[in-house]
Design a protein around this ligand. Sequence first.
Ligand SMILES: *Cc1c(COP(=O)(O)O)cnc(C)c1O
Length: 225
Amino acid sequence: MSTIANNLVKIQQSIPDNVTLVAVSKTKPVEDLQEAYNAGQRIFGENKIQEMVEKYDVLPKDIKWHMIGHLQSNKVKYMAHFVDLIHGVDKFSTLKEINKQAKKHNRVINCLLQAKIAKEDTKFGLSFNDIEGILSSEEIKELENIKVVGFMGMATFTENQQQLQEEFLSLKNFFDAQKLDTNTTSCNLDILSMGMSGDYLLAIENGSTMVRVGSSIFGHRNYNY
Ligand SMILES: *Cc1c(COP(=O)(O)O)cnc(C)c1O
C-alpha cells in the first residue's frame, strides 16, 4: 500500500463514523490526490480557488471539493459550478456573492461561517456576536442559493492542550445554542468543522463533526500557505 493510502487508513480508523474527513491537498500534485482517491477518499480541501479549479478539471468528477481558505469574493465565480462546501465565510458580503454566483448555476451552495476562536489575532473569523447577527438578520432569508450548514474554527497554533480544548469547546457550546435558536430556509446548522493534523482527535472529543487533515495524510508541504 502507498504511504498516502496507509496514512488515510490509519486516520479513518482513528475517527468515529459520524465524523467526516476532509483530505487537505493544498500544494500537493494531482498524482497524490489520485492516490488518495484510489484509496477511497472522496472529499478534498483546498485553500486557493485557482488551484482547486485546476485539480477539479483533471480529477474524477465524483470528488467533493471543499474550499477551506480565506475567500476573495471576486474569485467565487470560478468555483460556483462545482464547489461542495465553503468553510471560510467570514463576511456577510461574501455570502451575498456566493448566493449570486450559485444562482447563475441554479445551485444552492452550502457554507460554513468561520468563527474566530483562537486567542491569536492573526486568524480570520467572525465573533460569536457577528455570527448571531448574520443568522438572525432579515437579509439572510433572501439568499435562496446559499445554505449556512454550520461553523468552522481554527484553534491557536499551540501545544497547550487545555487552551486548545477551551477554544474548541467554546465553539461547540455556541454551535449547540445556535442550533436550537436558528431555523430558516437559508440556515440549517449541522456541521462543526474543527481540527487539523495536530489537534483533530482533541477537536473530535470536543464536538467536531468534520476534520481537515493535510500533512498527516500527504506529508509536509514544501512551502507555507
Ligand atoms: C492547511 C489547512 C489545514 C490542514 O493542516 P494540516 O496541519 O496539514 O493538517 C486545515 N485547515 C485549514 C483551514 C488549512 O488551511
